[in-house]
Write a protein that binds this ligand. Structure first.
Ligand code: HEC
Length: 477
């Protein structure tokens, strides 16, 4: 518990990252796929001497540049802000392991943004050859930035045995490449590349839909159809790579998917399964709309159609990223660090010495009052200052160990989940979180609760008070 915890009312800090990330993924993947789209389309136009195509590409490249260079960049920084606030310990662990990885990623990113600007502003001002070369520099550097960030993202789900064997020893750097080219690196890279290509097609449909079908019926038809074809690789290959990806995910994590599937009948539909199903349904809808509305009748394909496909794609992106996040539960870095910033290796020491013993967030007076209370006879009524200290400890236990995934009364609300339980029921639920019997269903998605008995008792009091209170924020009084 080295860092303060960030409480975001109702939605929780995780969703702050999530909401920014969904938009960022939509834009950044388009930025990569769009680079290939521009390069390949320009090459085709130049070879066939199609100046009308080049005019459309110029319009598209302006839209592309504004969207990616402005929105993509800002949302990327937004993710950094959000992860630094919501999960500082995990962010710190990633920076320590991948500092050069990130430096390299930023270098590619810098080239990417510079090339995007250069590409747009040199239309008609440099030779065709050079202009096309800029497009390829753009596409290549954008894809390489994905290559690098993909190593870090997949590491979080599957750090791999090589890295785990040295984790915490100070020798992590010796396993940098193991960590980078971890088990899900390749399937995830292929999956994301396919998504980049299909998003390039979808966003190109926005530009294509605005071509005037009365003045340029053939041009509109050609460009709409050509753009729609960019979705084909994804629809053919995505299921294949997805199976490969799942195959590389550890059995325990994959279990989170089947946990939902096998309980559908009983109505306990886990969120992973729900999100995975949304991905499938939305992707299917996109395929149907693009085929029937764009490919079959390209001249009638309107701006509104293109926008509605994008909105569905946003839902698909959201659901897919959510599934990926959920698959990682209860870890933020697989087998190494739980979502609440507790390292797997630290759990034992916390159970022995206490979770809050060294916490910088406990006031000296609270610690002293609490110590005094612990010396008192069991069952004795605690003096007021010791009561206050116990309440503070309970609240800190909750903030440190539960708030990463739950809110008090919003998303995954503690009040809702505890509803109808008295103190004894809460205590037995808490005991199960702490002892983690083999058959505990919680093992699959919640980290072990750590701490000494007095701390666990304080948390139980806190939850009981929260459960009975009407307060939505702050410590229940
Ligand atoms: C890694 C994320 C994570 C952390 C950390 C976490 N939980 Fe959960 N918890 C979940 C998920 C996911 C569920 C299932 C939610 C649902 O079904 O809507 C859940 C469910 C629950 C439930 C309902 C279980 C049931 O039997 O009905 C309770 C109670 C609960 N959590 C308490 C806690 C407490 C107390 C803490 C802190 C000590 C905690 N959780 C920490 C992820 C987490």
């Amino acid at each position: 518990m080295n860092y303060p915890s960030w409480e975001v009312p109702h939605i929780g800090s995780g969703w702050v990252i999530g909401l920014i990330a969904i938009f960022h993924v939509m834009i950044s993947h388009f930025a990569i796929g769009g680079g290939f789209y521009l390069a390949i389309a320009e090459r085709k136009a130049l070879r066939e001497g199609r100046n009308d195509w080049l005019d459309i590409l110029k319009v598209h490249s302006r839209f592309f540049m504004v969207l990616t260079a402005a929105f993509g960049t800002v949302s990327g920084v937004g993710i950094w802000f959000a992860i630094g606030l919501a999960a500082p310990e995990a962010t710190s662990a990633l920076i320590h392991n991948f500092v050069f990885g990130w430096a390299i990623e930023w270098t590619f990113f810098l080239i990417e943004v510079a090339a995007a600007l250069l590409y747009y502003y040199t239309w008609g001002k440099v030779s065709n050859r050079l202009h096309l070369a800029i497009a390829w520099v753009y596409a290549g550097s954008a894809w390489l930035s994905l290559f690098v960030i993909n190593g870090i993202l997949t590491f979080m789900l599957t750090p791999g045995q090589g890295w785990l064997s040295v984790a915490g020893s100070g020798n992590e750097a010796s396993m940098f490449w193991h960590a980078f080219f971890n088990p899900t690196f390749w399937p995830s890279l292929f999956l994301r590349t396919l998504i980049c290509l299909s998003l390039a097609g979808l966003w190109a449909l926005v530009t294509a839909s605005r071509i005037d079908a009365y003045q340029m019926p053939h041009l509109k038809e050609e460009i709409v159809r050509w753009s729609a074809k960019w979705l084909i690789p994804a629809y053919v290959l995505l299921p294949l790579f997805f199976v490969w990806y799942l195959y590389m995910v550890p059995e325990t994590q994959r279990g989170l998917l089947t946990l939902g599937i096998s309980t559908i009948g009983q109505g306990v539909f886990t969120q992973v399964t729900r999100s995975a199903l949304i991905t499938i349904v939305t992707s299917g809808t996109i395929a149907l709309i693009v085929y029937f509305l764009a490919y079959r009748s390209p001249r009638d394909f309107a701006f509104g159609h293109a926008c509605s496909v994008l909105v569905i794609a946003l839902a698909a992106t959201g659901a897919t990223e959510h599934t990926r996040e959920m698959l990682r539960k209860p870890f933020v870095i697989g087998e190494y660090m739980y979502s609440n910033a507790i390292r797997v290796k630290e759990a034992e020491a916390f159970n022995r010495d206490g979770y809050l013993t060294k916490s910088p967030w406990v006031r000296d007076a609270e610690r002293a009052g609490w110590q005094a209370a612990l010396q008192a006879d069991p069952g004795a009524v605690l003096p007021a200052d010791a009561q206050a200290a116990k309440a503070a400890f309970g609240s800190l236990m909750f903030q440190g160990q539960c708030l990463a995934c739950h809110t008090r009364d919003g998303y995954r609300s503690m009040k809702r989940l505890l509803k109808g339980r008295d103190r004894a029921a809460i205590a037995s639920m808490i005991a199960m979180l702490h002892d983690r019997p083999e058959d505990s269903p919680y093992r699959a998605f919640m980290p072990p609760l750590v701490g000494v008995p007095a701390e666990i008792d304080a948390l139980t009091d806190y939850l009981d008070a929260l459960n009975r209170s009407d307060v939505s924020r702050g410590a229940p009084e």
